[in-house]
Write a protein that binds this ligand. Structure first.
Ligand code: SF4
Length: 356
């Protein structure tokens, strides 16, 4: 049966380079509850055309924790807030290589090294690049780094060391950004994404739903990311941290979270779309529905919050009839028993807090 949502999918598939209109994107956010399954089915039609039934697992490693001089209002790692995120210095190259081995054992396609900084110091960059060179020589896994603001030279250094992709989220609309962060601008973030792209790395750039943004802000974010032509869009859902300015902000309603993912899929039909931080606590029993618009997830938890174990994520993917995509491009069945020995996130110190 044809619905407005299947018509939207047909429009997207007819010309994957074209973009749905802003009005159509807005209508997705307003889909009635009775039409949610039809909307997910339409988003899946687009996802399946470009990504099949494949799901890629990504693993985050919080390589340097806390004491960040920036003041991002959602982040427990900022030194400006009295949130108990703790601090830990930069991991060693050996520890980062070991983290990549654990990610590979979990059948992850990509391992992402993250530091809580305004931008990488020369020393931190040396460590990340040395780890990248060793990991790429040892493992078939894609590498991502998320190190804050980059110069063109630092972006080139990362790319030369084997880092495939750089993450730097826009977080929200340009208009709303100044309500959330004062120590750098949205334009600074765009510039870093461009440096990463110019250096030849893939760009991973998304945002957070639930920062008190308006619907227009969320649409602005989705279309700004499309204009930047990023390769990967992680969509996080705020899990408000105590001690931060956003403490007490409510969780996003799960039906709205799914509509937002569908909207991002229609605006970014071919993009690697990830349901990211806040997945478990926001979607709860509806988590597997997110696999219909999104084609990737994080496993082993997030930077400062726990999450599902690899075994639980493999089970969800298997139960929903999806399969895993590896860095080699090969697709394999999810296998919860094979990864049952792998625990959730390994974190120093043990942190109850969230960002991705
Ligand atoms: S989001 Fe990143 S830059 Fe902002 S305070 Fe947290 S660690 Fe620092």
């Amino acid at each position: 049966m044809s619905t407005p949502w299947s018509a939207l999918a047909a429009e997207s598939l007819a010309d994957p380079r074209s973009m749905i209109s802003r009005d159509a994107a807005r209508s997705v956010l307003h889909a009635p509850a009775d039409e949610l399954l039809a909307l997910l089915d339409a988003a899946f039609t687009v996802r399946r055309a470009h990504w099949g039934r494949r799901v890629s697992l990504h693993v985050l490693d919080n390589a340097k924790v806390g004491a960040c001089p920036e003041d991002c209002g959602f982040c427990s790692q900022s030194s400006k807030y009295a949130s108990p995120s703790g601090e830990a210095p930069m991991k060693s190259v050996d520890d980062l290589v070991e983290g990549a081995r654990r990610a590979h054992a979990a059948r992850a396609k990509r391992y992402c090294m993250v530091t809580a900084t305004r931008g990488p110091s020369q020393r931190d960059l040396d460590t990340i690049c040395a780890a990248a060179e060793r990991i790429k020589s040892e493992l078939d896994i894609e590498l991502c780094a998320s190190l804050g603001l980059l110069t063109a030279a630092k972006a080139q250094r990362l790319a030369a060391s084997g880092v495939d992709r750089f993450n730097h989220n826009l977080e929200t609309s340009e208009r709303h950004y100044a309500q959330i962060v004062s120590t750098h601008t949205w334009a600074d973030r765009v510039e870093t994404v461009k440096h990463a792209k110019d250096a030849g790395m893939d760009t991973c750039c998304g945002g957070i739903v639930g920062l008190g943004e308006s619907e227009e802000d969320l649409l602005d974010l989705a279309f700004a990311l499309r204009a930047l032509d990023v390769d990967s869009v992680p969509v996080n859902f705020l899990d408000a941290r105590p001690g931060t300015p956003l403490a007490g902000y409510p969780l996003v309603e799960p039906g709205y979270a799914l509509r937002a993912l569908c909207m991002f899929r229609f605006v970014h039909p071919r993009t690697d779309l990830r349901v990211a931080g806040g997945r478990e606590i926001t979607l709860r029993a509806l988590q597997s529905f997110a696999l219909y618009p999104a084609n990737s997830i994080f496993t082993q938890g997030y930077l400062t919050t726990g999450g599902a174990t690899p075994s639980a994520d493999h089970q969800m993917i298997k139960d929903a009839g999806f399969e895993l995509e590896l860095a080699s491009g090969e697709s394999i069945p999810a296998d919860p028993e094979a990864v049952a020995h792998l625990a959730g996130p390994t974190r120093r110190p043990s942190l109850p807090l969230a960002r991705s």
